[in-house]
Design a protein around this ligand. Structure first.
Ligand SMILES: Nc1ncnc2c1ncn2[C@@H]1O[C@H](COP(=O)(O)OP(=O)(O)OP(=O)(O)O)[C@@H](O)[C@H]1O
Ligand SMILES: [Mg+2]
Length: 291
């Protein structure tokens, strides 16, 4: 558990369409229970963030908690399953009980796919019970006991998530979190360079040279650039600071970590876009000429 509201949406650089969707699908109805009643919009369910690795799902979930002034209770579903083998139902329940005590609280279920994927792979009998327990907790979201408990989940493989979890009233709203756009890359690069000795860095140019890289890749670029400068300094015996040359070279070397994800996402977009579930993904792939 951490302090309430340490990260806000304003700390998330760029990604305006994600912010707009968050506002419309989650934040506005959550803040206005009266309006919700008036328009009959159900607010029982939670929100599922999906997309390639390292592109800000966890960061955005934290920001949502910040916007709601809520505590943030993050749990990896794999931990729930593995740490207490045979006890995962009780753990799931305990988790929600803790959230109820801390309300307002965001429960963040990371690696949600673990529940679906493992179940089909191993026919683990305990898994059905864990899914059922989660369904029970989610279905209780509209009851008075769950007042102020908000459920967010994240996965890289939404197509592996048990369908029962995605029905109306459960994790029924979905937001695709893509590799950072230019404004987001600028914010991320700024953040990772702020405490490093840099000279004459043309941020716009670096932003343009890093299209397609994830947040995690960008962090790596800054680290690799620092390493280059450091090794150089050690070799020559003269300290030199990080320059544009180091950053561009590092950017050129890094392999975009989202690429393999898009390869599998492409198949899903083509062959398994049931009910338009992945329309956002299809639109993006078309725009990037990946479909
Ligand atoms: N729009 C953004 N503005 C500022 N920082 C960002 C943004 N997007 C991502 N980051 C930073 O990029 C890093 C990776 O983000 P995060 O860990 O949230 O990704 P993720 O999608 O949860 O990844 P994974 O799938 O591996 O869990 C974090 O350090 C985060 O602070
Ligand atoms: Mg994450």
């Amino acid at each position: 558990m951490e302090k309430r509201g340490t990260v806000r949406l304003a700390d998330v650089g760029g990604m305006q369409d994600v912010k707009d969707r968050l506002e419309a699908a989650f934040l506005a109805p959550t803040r206005n229970p009266e309006l919700r009643k008036l328009y009959g919009k159900s607010l029982r369910g939670g929100l599922l963030l999906y997309g390639p690795p390292g592109c800000g799902k966890t960061f955005i979930a934290r920001a949502v908690a910040g916007e709601l002034g809520a505590a943030f209770l993050s749990v990896s579903v794999n931990d729930v399953l593995d740490m207490w083998i045979g006890n995962s139902e009780r753990n799931m329940h305990e988790l929600f009980e803790t959230a109820r005590r801390q309300a307002p609280c965001v429960v963040f279920l990371d690696e949600l796919d673990a529940l679906g994927a493992k179940r089909s792979r191993t026919a683990h009998s305990g898994m059905r019970n864990t899914v059922n327990q989660l369904l029970t907790e989610l279905d209780g979201i509209d009851s008075a006991t769950n007042e102020g408990v908000f459920v967010l989940a994240a996965t890289n493989v939404p197509w592996d998530v048990d369908n029962a979890l995605r029905r109306p009233g459960r994790l029924d709203r979905t937001i695709l979190v893509l590799p950072p756009d230019a404004a987001a890359r600028e914010a991320i690069l700024r953040y990772h360079l702020q405490d490093r000795p840099i000279d004459n860095v043309d941020l716009d140019r670096l932003v343009n040279a890093t299209d397609g890289l994830s947040g995690a890749d960008l962090a790596y670029v800054c680290e690799a650039a620092a390493e280059r400068a450091l090794l150089d300094s050690a070799r020559t015996g003269t300290v030199r600071i990080i320059g544009m040359k180091d950053l561009l070279a590092a950017a050129k070397e890094v392999v975009p970590s989202a690429e393999p994800w898009f390869a599998s996402a492409r198949n899903v977009a083509m062959f398994a876009n049931e009910g338009g579930m992945y329309d956002d993904l299809v639109a993006y792939l078309k725009k990037r000429r990946k479909l």
